[in-house]
Design a protein around this ligand. Sequence first.
Ligand SMILES: NC(=O)c1ccc[n+]([C@@H]2O[C@H](COP(=O)([O-])OP(=O)(O)OC[C@H]3O[C@@H](n4cnc5c(N)ncnc54)[C@H](O)[C@@H]3O)[C@@H](O)[C@H]2O)c1
Length: 384
Amino acid sequence: MARTTIRFGVIGCGLMGKEFASAAARWLHLADVNFEPKIVAACDANLDAAEWFRQRIPGVRVYADYRELLADAEIDAVYCAVPHHLHARIYADIVRAGKHLLGEKPFGIDGEANEQIAKALRERPDVLVRCSSEFPFFPGARQIVEWVNEGRFGTIIEVEAGFWHSSDLDPNKPINWKRRNATNGEYGCMGDLGMHVLHLPLRFGWKPRSVRALLGKIVRERPDGQGGTAPCETWDNAILACDVNAGAQRFPMVLSMKRIAPGHANTWFIRIQGTKLSAEFSTKNPKQVSWLPYEPGGSQAWHVMDAPHRSAYETITGGIFEFGFSDSILQMWAAFCDELTNRDSMRQPFRCATPEEAAGSHRVFTAALQSGLTGDTVRIDWGD
Ligand SMILES: NC(=O)c1ccc[n+]([C@@H]2O[C@H](COP(=O)([O-])OP(=O)(O)OC[C@H]3O[C@@H](n4cnc5c(N)ncnc54)[C@H](O)[C@@H]3O)[C@@H](O)[C@H]2O)c1
């Protein structure tokens, strides 16, 4: 099958920039797709980080200033994975340069920064822009998406979704940019983890109409890496009690984002309880999906199944093998490249998170921040 090559520039060659490089290098893993990414340029303010790309990707051009990368006419699209305070300026410049963009969450350090990105998007509607969010590509999560789309849950009783980490439990972990307001943003853990949690609820149209947030600061200072200590300014944990009003349905939704959830390393989960079906998936048990179908008067028994390796884009991996984080990244990248190549005729229907969904997450975080500070329940206006 003929393949369209999409020529990418990467801005931000840290943890996530490297994940994309790895996914692009593993494209042969995907069976039968008519698109492929080729990384032709990389940029990092720290040239040592970009050097990793130079050593591993033959012919890649390396820049220290992202504006030079944007002036590179050979580049069709950009992946941008930089600290949050840089999103507004760099994302807007990418869009105005006419490059398609997969940008990392949270799409701006705060609501105002998110609006600056939205303004650039309104000026260039020809540019495809999507926000990174890979967990819905796990087979178990896909199964739940299918059940929601099929209306299998009946009346929704309640929803719980979260993303939990635990490495910050260690008070000796040195501070980094994600623990500082100036670089991560005042949303704290919500800006860091929240888009992952809200992606599916917002895709399903489950917009919180109000939120009562409980925000926690647990470790208040950390080693600064230079022999001293530095204050940890950001919220470690957030629990958001939301009131969802979706069409005829009204139900509670509890969202949690935790940097300090003892024992949890990258646990993303969603649980939906309904009158006809309840189901849950967690990356804690990445193979398993659980569900409880119910008929009035019938028994209430959970079914637990090892979900087969059934991904959005077919791969060479046999159905008996396990799916993991880097597989979800590869699948997300396939969805972005598919949409760029095939637009409304994508090979499967699940698009990457949209800028509108990212903007929705900012509405929720902004209200949650206010709620956490005042102790009030805060209404969220969706303009609909
Ligand atoms: N999707 C996910 O699962 C996931 C996971 C972790 C982080 N993230 C997101 O990815 C983004 C980056 O996070 P990370 O963990 O890769 O951070 P990181 O610190 O590992 O990498 C960020 C890189 O950006 C570079 N940088 C800083 N200023 C720059 C500039 N002006 N121009 C070019 N490069 C610059 C830094 O030198 C660094 O190499 C953030 O938005 C974060 O929220 C997403």
